[in-house]
Ligand binder design. Structure first.
Ligand code: BG6
Length: 493
């Protein structure tokens, strides 16, 4: 097992992402022996910290439980690795001199700057990192999404960051790429002839990718109202998953080869005309409703908005990839807040058999489906028809063949730890190249521009339902159904 020693600066170190995801992941990594105790973690914050780091971390972990138990001794050691510095991000001064001093060391251990701050601060922070010599060769910068708000702002950020950090020092994170089942998708596709041979429009009918969330947007007012699900989830997570499903086999599993193939997919996404957007893209906003028997408010109530908002909390769309492998195979993408369940899943639905020799079974034979479940658990399953045990030979039933991919290798360390360790090692395979970000924006921008021009509000859906009726219709009018509607199993496990 590799134990990593590094220096990590989290800008926005006492903020939401750091408290909910980064620190719990780092602590679990430390307990699992993946992060060495002489690593240094600096959290920068606008207002510093009153009180002891230990007490603050304890409070953080009480709320955002790491993947392991929090023991006093271990937390004491971990707290001794963490330092909180008050730091402004728009101009230099004594605070920046203190940061530089905190990071001085005479070895060449990796130095990772994790920018868990709004993208509007990326430029000034990178400039200051350059000014204080913190962009040296051992340094890397990790940029948390959203990378801009549209193509133009993403290009500006990429250009500005590029003045201080080389592309091989720049790590644009999409935490979905760090999820275990995503790694497995690549392993499975490119290490088994069985799947690869079937992986095209010759045998695949369509693909569904869903990221469903049951939470609303409480507590993220400032961020969400100007963003919406298209920018928050489709531009990055959903399109990245689509790329991994659709990409050609890379020549090698290295960063350049993988990213080149993903980029080709993004370049092949068919741009939609206004009429196609109207027909193939559904957006929705949640109304009040009930979740687990509890009354919950609408989007506008959650954000305490005094005006009507057109921000979408739900998107379902049909995308087409214009290349030889995928011509004619629709990719249905869907994401939403306040849906009945939380899960992320890719469903590869194969074509129906051309003819059934079982009398009367022609239209009752379910097509094969390969299901890649990314959360809440990692899970791969193949749905197939078999003979109904004990019944007459011509009676069939559908079974799910589950592939055990979890093994016994202990605690799940989670995507953020994996990606921070990759950044420390300089491995960019699971990070997004600037060209990918820009092409994804180009495709998404045209849809958002159409919405802005049309001035139509999003469809509404009740909290605790599967989104607007139009999302259901998007499938049924093509003679298809969302998998959760037909799978016959409860979605959450
Ligand atoms: C983030 C989005 O990138 O991903 C959030 O900004 C969303 O709105 C989150 O809730 C979902 O991530 P996960 O890993 O919990 O599915």
């Amino acid at each position: 097992m590799m134990v990593d020693v590094f220096d990590l600066v989290i800008f926005g170190g006492t903020g939401d992402l750091s408290r909910k995801k980064l620190l719990p992941a780092l602590y679990a990594g430390f307990v699992a022996g993946r992060v060495a105790a002489d690593s240094r973690i600096v959290l920068t914050s606008r207002s510093g910290l009153k009180g002891k780091v230990y007490d603050w971390l304890k409070g953080v972990f009480d709320e955002s439980q790491p993947a392991c138990a929090v023991e006093k001794d271990q937390l004491e050691t971990f707290a001794s690795m963490v330092q909180v510095l008050e730091l402004g991000l728009t101009e230099g001064g004594d605070d920046w001199a203190a940061l530089k001093a905190a990071l001085d060391c005479d070895d060449d251990r990796p130095l990772v700057h994790f920018l868990a701050i709004p993208p509007g601060l990326f430029t000034s922070t990178c400039e200051l990192l350059g000014e204080y010599g913190l962009n040296c060769d051992r340094a890397r910068v990790v940029l948390e999404k959203p990378l801009g708000n549209d193509l133009a702002s993403a290009q500006a950020i990429n250009a500005d960051v590029g003045k201080t950090f080389r592309e091989d020092q720049t790590f644009r994170i999409d935490h979905y790429l760090g999820k275990e089942a995503v790694q497995n998708l690549l392993a499975l596709r490119f290490s088994n002839i069985l799947f690869e041979e079937l992986w095209s429009g010759r045998t695949i009918d369509h693909i569904q990718i869903t990221i469903a969330e049951n939470q609303g947007v409480q507590g993220r007012a400032g961020f969400y109202e100007g963003t919406g699900a298209m920018r928050d989830m489709v531009q990055n997570h959903l399109l990245q998953l689509l790329c991994l499903v659709a990409m050609e086999p890379p020549a090698r599993m290295d960063a350049d080869s993988i990213r080149d193939e993903k980029l080709k997919v993004l370049k092949s996404l068919k741009p939609m005309t206004s009429a196609e957007i109207e027909r193939n893209v559904v957006r929705g906003q949640y109304l009040a409703g009930a979740m687990n028997g509890q009354a919950v408010g609408s989007y506008a109530e959650d954000l305490e908005l005094e005006h009507a908002s057109h921000t979408e909390t739900f998107v379902a769309l049909k995308a087409n990839i214009q290349n030889w492998r995928w011509a004619g195979v629709p990719f249905y993408l869907r994401t939403g807040k306040r849906l009945p369940d939380r899960f992320a899943e890719i469903v590869i639905q194969f074509k129906s058999v051309p003819h059934s020799p079982h009398p009367g079974w022609g239209d009752r034979i379910n097509p094969n489906r390969f299901i890649i479940r990314l959360q809440p658990e990692d899970h791969l399953a193949l749905r197939m028809m078999v003979k109904n045990h004990g019944a007459k030979a011509e009676t069939l039933k559908e079974v799910e063949m589950n592939l055990d991919i979890n093994g016994n290798d202990g605690m799940r360390l989670g995507p953020y730890l994996r990606l921070i360790l990759d950044a420390a090692r300089g491995d960019q395979s699971l990070f997004v190249h600037r060209d990918e970000v820009e092409h994804a924006w180009r495709w998404v921008d045209s849809i958002i521009e159409h919405w802005e021009k049309s001035e139509e509000p999003p469809e509404s859906y009740q909290s605790g339902t599967w989104g607007p009726y139009e999302a259901h219709d998007l499938m049924t009018r093509d003679g298809r159904e969302w998998f959760h509607e037909t799978s016959g199993r409860k979605v959450a496990r």
